[in-house]
Write a protein that binds this ligand. Sequence first.
Ligand code: D5M
Ligand code: FE
Ligand code: ZN
Length: 587
Amino acid sequence: MKTKISEQKQVILKKFINSGINISPNMLECVLKLDNPIKRVNILIKETSFIPSFKSHLTETIVNEISNEELQRALKRALNKPPSLPLRAEIQSKVVVSQNEPTAENFKQEIAPMKVRQISNPSMPIKINQVNPKSSSAIKTPSKKKTPKIHESTKSAFAFKPVAKDYDFQIEIISDPTGRLYTNGGYDDFYGLTLDKYNKLRNLMRRRPEASSATNINNIYRLSNSVEISTVGLVENVRQTKKGNFLFTIEDLTGKISVLIQNNSNNLEYTNIIERTFNDQMLFVKGSYNPGEGGRKGIIFANYISKIDIPTDFEPNISPDPLSIALISDTHIGSKEFEEELFKKFLKFLNGKSSNKILREYAGKIKYLVINGDLIDGIGIYPNQKEDLVLSDIFTQFKRASELLSEIPDYIKVFYVSGNHEPVRNAIPRPAVPKKYCEELINLGIKCLGNPSLIKTHNVSTLIYHGESMHDINRLIHDLDINKPIETMKEFLICRHLAPIFGGKTQLAPINNDLLVLDKIPDIFHTGHVHINGMGKYRNVTLANSGCFQAQTDFMRSFGIIPTPGIVPIIELDSLNYFQLDFKKID
Ligand code: D5M
Ligand code: FE
Ligand code: ZN
């Protein structure tokens, strides 16, 4: 029995030492008195890492700060003191604003303090002081780490040993429109664009098993009897009849036909789809064809409708390595509303200078950072913008941006996609910012990309699209608005196009290759532009809108937009678990 206790004591002591925690003999006895002390010690280490006042000495005062009620009670019993102190769950909710949809299961987890997203390996936090075992293929990146300049080092008991530094970059640019945007400048290019869109979307639709037997529209017109048929095509002119049924036309390369779908309880699923459908989306329609009589054209009475969508069994790729990607956008450097202090807090976090151990652990895993457009405020982008600028020329704005971004540790690869404030043409697809503006960024190793771009980092693909067309979609779908960017993003995936509306506010470039069709399903889909953050999942695709680092401008006020600056989505590439850090609430 005695040996068992002393063995346990050693294991426990080792765990504390490995975690950089000092414990007095008295406290150690107290921990040993707990049921299952080894398991409890893991919880204790994790719990204490959330306590801002914890300076690596486990004391009675610290015990009072523990949020896990059961553990706190047990420790107090061991210390012979009555349990009476408040819970500290607030500490966690202060830092992490949202995670993978919380489930009852999450909250039941003994180990996971309330509101902290689950870590796949519960023992991970105690490894924070240890160098992560390198995978055999991983080669250490050259160590040319800069000294962080903007923040004094917090007197942390823990050295920052970022796991991400132990891995080489694994990057593939799957698609980038830069250099592929040639146009002849004529109307023919728009025709070519529409034709290409049609062909690509039709091919995607025909991969749905139900759509493989779809008939061309001219063949349907040849039928003289009422018969069951199916077809695919681009939708036009969706409207509701006096009786509330939905009527629209669908067009392929051979013709155009009217379709009616009755608004009754049998068709609820399909009327929901059609209520969210607008011109130029690809639809599959099945129903009974009714040949016209007396010179009237035939019509399809639909009993089934679908969009291309993402297969329900879509399995995203994950990274074999424990790394993360952080997503930001819309910093608007140069604007007087740029939230520089918040942005510096983010940089401080990336440099492992957070006082919270879990935050340092999160930071240490970040291997990739995406800046999804509007890095700088630009000039002449909106009326009276001059009044909002503190840096009124684009070169000074980029210079300031380089100064700030030079603080990012160089084992993190940064991708920078052009938004509508960058000095490139407004129509999408949009090329990368030319070198003449951002040479300093390029010299920092930042990869400039066009909008939209698809990248692969450590096996996981991320679609980066600034999000210009989100307003157009929100206007046309009754239950969408700027405050719910994730819902809008789902619509892009469902129709498999990033700017499905032609003739809206979004300017589309006349090129004969439609680069906005989502022919590849991304594992992560990232937008910005609306300045309102959000995260979610759709059929296993991880969705994030990265909000902004800019406070409300008069221009936004005129639209009634209330931005959410300083909230950064982070996605773990090895699990696709996600969370957001709110730098307004982090010191
Ligand atoms: O966009 C700044 C904010 O203004 C952001 O919340 C989107 C919104 N915005 C931009 N353009 C439009 C249009 N056309 N309609 C409605 N709201 C809009 P930024 O791209 O940073 O200037
Ligand atoms: Fe913006
Ligand atoms: Zn924008």
